[in-house]
Write a protein that binds this ligand. Structure first.
Ligand code: ADP
Length: 190
C-alpha cells in the first residue's frame, strides 16, 4: 500500500508515519528528513537547499522528486511507502503519479490530518523550544504555513478528484489520531 500523509507543517505527519512504519513495516519517505540529512552530511545538495529551508520556502520540485525516485525500489521491497511532506506542489504530485505508474504502482490513499492554525502555532512553539529547528521559529513558521496554503493545499482537490482523500481530525492525542488513520486505511487492502 502507498499512502500519503497530508497536512500543514507540524500537523503530526512524522509521528504518525513512524508509528505506521513500526506497525506495518512500510517505509517512511520524508523529504524534510532527507533534506536535513543532506545538510548534516555537508553534501553539495545540502548546501544548495539550506538557505531556502531556513527561510521557510520550498526546495525546487526537481530536487525533491529525484530524492523520492531514488527511494522507490526500497519502499516497494518493504510493501509500500508512507509519503510524508511530499508531494507539496501539484507538479510533485503529477511527477509522483507518473513515477509510480511507470513501476506499475499507484497511490492508494491520501490521509489529510485536519488541524487548526492556532493549535499548530502552539505545537511548533513547543517543538522549537525542545528541538531548536531554525525553521520552527515563529516568524519562519508563518512563512511555511503560507507556503502550505498557497502551494500544497491545492493538492486536496487533485486527490479528491481521484477518490483517494480521507480526512482525519489531527487535533486529538497521538492515539486518537492513530485510530483515525487506521480507520481511514481500513478499506485499503494491505
Ligand atoms: P514539517 O516538519 O513542517 O512537516 P518538513 O520537515 O517536511 O517540514 O520540511 C522542512 C523543509 O524542507 C520545508 O520547509 C522545505 O523547505 C523543505 N521541503 C521538505 N519537503 C519538501 C518538498 N516536498 N518540496 C519542497 N520543499 C520541501
Amino acid at each position: 500500500m502507498n499512502l500519503i500523509l497530508f497536512g500543514p507543517p507540524a500537523a503530526g505527519k512524522g509521528t504518525q508515519a513512524k508509528r505506521l512504519v513500526a506497525e506495518r513495516g512500510m517505509v517512511q519517505l520524508s523529504t524534510g528528513d532527507m533534506l536535513r540529512a543532506a545538510r548534516a552530511s555537508g553534501s553539495e545538495l545540502g548546501q544548495r537547499v539550506a538557505a531556502v529551508m531556513d527561510a521557510g520556502g520550498l526546495v525546487t520540485d526537481e530536487i525533491v522528486i529525484a530524492l523520492i525516485e531514488e527511494r522507490l525500489p526500497e519502499a516497494e521491497a518493504a510493501g509500500g511507502a508512507i509519503f510524508d511532506g511530499f508531494p507539496r506542489t501539484v507538479a510533485q504530485a503529477e511527477a509522483l503519479d507518473a513515477m509510480l505508474a511507470k513501476r506499475g504502482r499507484k497511490i492508494d490513499r491520501v490521509v489529510r490530518l485536519k488541524v487548526d492554525e492556532d493549535g499548530l502555532l502552539a505545537r511548533v512553539a513547543k517543538r522549537f523550544a525542545e528541538e531548536g529547528r531554525p525553521d520552527d521559529n515563529p516568524e519562519t513558521f508563518k512563512v511555511r504555513l503560507a507556503a502550505y496554503n498557497a502551494q500544497t493545499a491545492p493538492l486536496l482537490p487533485y486527490y479528491a478528484a481521484q477518490g483517494k482523500l480521507a480526512e482525519v481530525d489531527g487535533m486529538g492525542t497521538v492515539q486518537e489520531v492513530a485510530a483515525g488513520i487506521d480507520g481511514a486505511l481500513g478499506s485499503v487492502p494491505a
